[in-house]
Ligand binder design. Structure first.
Ligand SMILES: Nc1ncnc2c1ncn2[C@@H]1O[C@H](COP(=O)(O)OP(=O)(O)O)[C@@H](O)[C@H]1O
Ligand SMILES: O=C(CO)[C@@H](O)[C@H](O)COP(=O)(O)O
Length: 467
């Protein structure tokens, strides 16, 4: 019997991944990727070029017998288009912190409780609405030209469908804008206008398995999703599963029924891609903490992993707070990284490597504690993302997180989730693909060392950044 092929796309911060999957079994058939330029702002055409290089554009026109395709992408990016569909400014990405002052002003103007209760999140620089406010305040001549605002996944879907009069999005990605209410499932046009200075068109929000359209090649295009919501779909995350993704961002999230309204702003009450909720915390400094430290040591990422594994598990007291690009969790957009606990005896390359691993994982453990404090059940952590492939991360994760940690077979779970959504849109039934086999990461005989490291990490964070 001929396979029915669906395709999933993950247009993430650093690259575009395209996976071809058997629609009936979920078996991975092909996987390709192409890099994106570095930076926190980008001309969206670079996303299209990578999408083409990774085979996505051809698949979207039916090459290889593709029946359906779904696009997932990095969340929050501001794609502000004029009346002819051209960007008025490079897209400001989730990890661009220039709109931090606007985030603080929006929070002050309406109050954190309103944002948490009505919109589900409290503005920080990552969220689209703050970027529109930045444009309005700093480039008013461009802001007045904005006709419509999209997110990265919306813009790719819109281009795949030949730039129809009405763009589309989905609830999971809309929930990360700051001008959409997960409670009413309606846009808050008033908040968008307050930020941008005038009204602007926004994409129609599709249901979980609604079709965005069909390409001239006959390929059904699904609604798409924000990347973390797509990962939850790809993993088949269940109540009690908390996904920790170590990609460019570090994210900690769960697919739940209960809505979250965290006025502290730590936990964002996003929507998932299946009609539920996706409470989430994100750090700006994910796997690139390890990559930057490897660069400082003059070694590649494999050698970095070996160095970290060779160090004492607590880095012999060396401690890094890896706020290398500013930080979102905790909300310290102007912070820089710090290295403390240095002694002549511990100033060794392996200790620096391990300190960066500990700094990354301790920050994610803090996020896990915040998620738990909002009533989200934590039965196990499912560890994904490029950084999860680090043997040094795998060695300490169970001890530092303090709960069972499972590692699925290496895979692009965001793109797989987008493919699963495409199969859902194709058939109208959620595909019951087999759940990936996962390996439980063995904890140490005692996690006392991890409790001590986390306490010292918290002490330094409070001492240096007062959070
Ligand atoms: N073994 C490893 N150890 C540490 N970092 C790794 C390893 N393998 C990949 N990475 C890093 O993971 C990141 C890519 O992960 P990915 O989840 O694809 O990110 P994104 O989805 O944000 O583009 C890159 O920064 C890469 O250098
Ligand atoms: O801002 C968030 C979630 O709120 C990030 O998770 C982005 O969605 C970027 O994802 P990656 O490129 O790191 O996968």
């Amino acid at each position: 019997m001929n396979r029915r092929v669906v395709v999933g796309v993950d247009s993430s911060t650093q690259s575009c991944k395209v996976v071809s999957v058997d629609a009936d079994t979920g078996e991975l058939l092909q996987q390709r990727s192409a890099p994106h330029p570095d930076g926190t702002s980008i001309n969206p055409e670079r996303w299209w070029e990578a999408f083409e290089k990774a085979g996505g554009a051809a698949a979207a026109q039916g090459e290889g017998g593709v029946l359906a395709l779904g696009v997932s992408a990095q969340q929050h990016g501001m794609v502000a288009l004029d009346s002819v569909g051209a960007p008025v400014h490079d897209a400001l990405l989730w990890n661009d912190v220039r709109s931090a002052p606007q985030a603080a002003a929006l929070t002050e103007k309406y109050g954190a409780s309103m944002w948490a209760e009505e919109v589900g999140l409290v503005p920080v620089a990552s969220f689209t609405i703050t970027k529109l406010a930045w444009l309005h305040e700093n480039r008013p001549e461009l802001a007045t030209r904005v006709d419509q605002v999209m997110l990265p996944h919306d813009w790719l879907t819109w281009n795949i469908l030949g730039r129809p009069a009405e763009a589309t999005t989905d609830r999971s990605d809309a929930s990360g804008t700051g001008y959409f209410s997960v409670h009413s499932n309606e846009y808050r046009h008033d908040l968008l206008e307050a930020a941008l200075g005038h009204a602007a068109r926004v994409p129609r929000v599709l249901g979980p398995f609604e079709q965005a359209g069909v390409t001239p090649g006959g390929v059904i295009i699904s609604a798409g999703a924000g990347d973390n919501a797509a990962a939850a779909l790809g993993l088949g995350a269940e109540e009690g599963d908390v996904v920790v993704s170590i990609g460019t961002s570090g994210t900690v999230f769960a697919s739940t029924v209960a809505r979250i309204a965290d006025a502290s702003g730590s936990v964002a009450g996003f929507a998932d891609a299946a009609g539920g909720q996706l409470p989430l915390l994100a750090t700006i400094n994910g796997a690139r903490t390890l990559v930057a430290t490897a660069g400082m040591l003059g070694v590649d990422i494999e050698r970095f992993g070996a160095l970290a594994l060779a160090a004492p598990i607590d880095a012999d007291g060396l401690l890094m707070l890896p706020y290398l690009d500013g930080e979102r969790t905790p909300n310290l957009p102007d912070a820089t990284g710090s290295l403390t606990g240095m002694r002549r005896a511990n100033m060794r390359p392996e200790n620096l490597a391990q300190a960066s691993v500990l700094g990354l994982v301790c920050g994610l453990a803090d996020a896990l504690d915040s998620l738990r404090s909002q009533g989200v059940p934590v039965r196990q952590v499912i560890l994904i993302g490029g950084g999860s492939q680090s043997p040094a991360v795998q060695k300490i994760a169970a001890d530092v997180f303090g709960v069972p940690v499972v590692l699925p077979v290496p895979g692009e779970y965001v793109a797989l989730g987008a493919a699963r959504q495409a199969a859902w849109a194709l058939d109208g039934d959620f595909p019951l693909w087999k759940r990936e086999i996962a390996t439980e990461l063995a904890p140490s005989s005692t996690r006392d060392w991890a409790i001590d490291v986390r306490a010292r990490y918290a002490e330094q964070r409070e001492l240096i950044y007062a959070v």
